[in-house]
Design a protein around this ligand. Structure first.
Ligand SMILES: Nc1nc2c(ncn2[C@@H]2O[C@H](COP(=O)(O)OP(=O)(O)O)[C@@H](O)[C@H]2O)c(=O)[nH]1
Ligand SMILES: [Mg+2]
Length: 277
């Protein structure tokens, strides 16, 4: 069997200070293409990407974390990826786990894999602020109930998706902010795609980026809105009531309808020729 093609997608805003550390920690040979989505950075992010020899696609202005994922996943599909692994370039998650994340996404097994900070405990000991931990647990409980899932957290930024998930989920109309991460899981759950998890320690340190209190509160309400819509949609699907949402309709536009982004560093021609690990 041919080795699956793995594209690492990194949505990044002003990550010049942490990009190199993140890229160097991705095990050699575990990704066929490493693709940074520069979300309108105003620092040296693109120059650092160039010095590292990775590919980079840029938004002319800041579009948001969800928008950056749409651009990155669309290009991962166009590059022929079988698996896309999202790694945050602020070095908060462990890039060393890319091969493990990718390996769990195999046809007929998981279409979505989450690197969970909650699964084996230790998130608080690892430095996650207490208010974030409590909010994460409460929102996850509500989302699991609404979506009929049993995942340990909806809010990790460390994820792997199969080609099938990225090409069939109606992602183009999803939110362009942080709530994209909950929306895509709601869609995957509704379509019956299997969601797997592995545990991943998260890093909290000075240079990392993280959501602050006010945007955090907005994010929480957005997630609750998604949970509400998902619950209503499941009810509608079962009963025929007209409470369905186009967000969960598989015929809504997918990533091919998403047009943002221009290459600042196109992937090199021998992108697929790197040896297997
Ligand atoms: N805050 C923010 N991050 C963005 C945006 N676009 C892309 N990103 C990247 O998305 C990732 C997650 O954002 P972050 O602030 O670290 O959120 P966290 O998941 O709470 O740690 C980071 O790697 C950012 O560089 C944006 O518009 N705002
Ligand atoms: Mg972060």
């Amino acid at each position: 069997m041919e080795r699956p093609k793995v594209v690492v997608v990194m949505p990044g805003l002003n990550v010049a200070g942490t990009l190199e550390r993140t890229v160097r920690a991705i095990p050699e040979g575990s990704a066929d293409v490493i693709l940074l989505v520069d979300d309108g950075s105003t620092d040296d992010t693109v120059e650092v990407a160039r010095s590292l020899g990775i590919a980079c696609i840029s938004h002319a202005e800041n579009r948001g974390y969800g928008a950056a994922q749409k651009t990155g996943f669309r290009e991962a599909l166009a590059l022929g990826a079988d698996v896309a692994v999202m790694v945050h370039p602020d070095f908060q998650y462990k890039p060393e786990l890319v091969p493990a994340m990718a390996a769990m996404v195999t046809p007929g097994e998981y279409d979505v894999v989450l690197g969970s900070r909650i699964l084996l405990g230790g998130a608080l000991a690892g430095g996650m602020p207490r208010w974030k931990y409590v909010a994460n647990r409460a929102l996850t409980l509500a989302e699991n109930l609404a979506m009929g899932t049993r995942v340990s957290e909806f809010h990790t930024g460390y994820r792997a998706y199969s080609r099938r998930a990225l090409s069939t989920l109606p992602l183009a109309g999803n939110r362009n902010d942080f709530a994209f991460d909950s929306e895509i899981l709601a869609q995957a759950a509704f379509q019956g795609l299997a969601i797997g998890e592995l545990s991943c320690p998260a890093n909290y340190f000075d240079e990392m980026q993280t959501i602050t209190l006010l945007p955090g509160i907005r994010y929480g309400f957005a997630c609750l809105g998604i949970a509400r819509r998902a619950a209503l949609h499941r009810l509608a699907a079962r009963t025929g009531l007209p409470t369905g949402s186009e967000r969960f309709d598989p015929s809504s536009p997918g990533l091919t309808a998403w047009t943002a982004g221009r290459w600042s560093i196109p992937p090199s021609g021998d992108a697929w020729s790197r040896p297997a690990p």
